[in-house]
Write a protein of this length. Structure first.
Length: 214
């Protein structure tokens, strides 16, 4: 009988390091110059682009894809798999807390928005992790094309949906939260990844039931 696999090991630590590194660079780029240090709403080096938040959500999604693919090669299944993927993504967000404290210092009037962004990004990363596991599992539908398929779907969901409705895209939802669009928009933005996560979790839960019956 195999023991329980670790939450983080040599195969999965690299995405965490990449997330911390690139987010740190983004934080440095978002520091205002001495002339605009009192203009908390500005990002002097990048003309108002909230680069940290873009980097944060993109690399959290990539981290989710990485840990999901790694778990596909292990003996994780059912509700245990789904809960462990959430814990892995939460660990990444804990590593981001110092950066968010700094962003809160830059934008003291956006405390609620920052909490909502952390919550949304956790949900998005969790969705990516479970989806990657489903795509790349040995008997999954994609076979050897799993790597290409998961990144293609990631790109479509992250960028192509911007043309349909802003909050359907993780990037657009981040913008919406920063700009304070309102709870009606937020409800739709949170509902999309939550519903998708519930739908793709069903095959994994059913697989566990079948294994137990056999």
């Amino acid at each position: 009988m195999r023991g329980e696999t670790p939450l983080i090991d040599r195969e999965t630590c690299q995405p965490y390091l990449v997330l911390v590194l690139f987010s740190g660079v983004a934080v440095i780029l978002s520091i205002p110059t001495a002339r605009t240090v009192m203009g908390f709403g500005t990002f002097s080096l990048l003309s108002g682009i909230p680069i940290f938040f873009y980097v944060h959500i993109l690399f959290t999604g990539i981290l989710g894809l990485s840990v999901g693919a790694a778990s596909a090669q292990r003996y994780e299944a059912g509700a245990t798999l789904i809960s462990r993927q959430l814990v892995r993504v939460l660990l990444a967000q804990i590593l981001m807390l110092p950066y968010f404290v700094f962003q809160w210092a830059l934008h003291p009037n956006r405390g609620i928005a920052l909490v909502l962004i952390l919550t949304y990004v956790t949900l998005f990363g969790w969705l990516c992790a479970v989806a990657a596991h489903l795509i790349e599992r040995p008997r999954g539908p994609s076979g050897s094309y799993g790597f290409l398929l998961k990144y293609a779907l990631f790109g479509i969901y992250t960028f192509a949906t911007l043309g349909l409705h802003r909050v359907l895209s993780p990037i657009g939802m981040t913008i919406s939260l920063l700009e304070g669009d309102g709870w009606s928009e937020y409800s739709l933005g949170f509902a999309v990844p939550a519903v998708l996560l519930a739908l793709i979790s069903l095959p994994i839960l059913r697989q566990k039931v079948r294994v137990q019956r056999v």
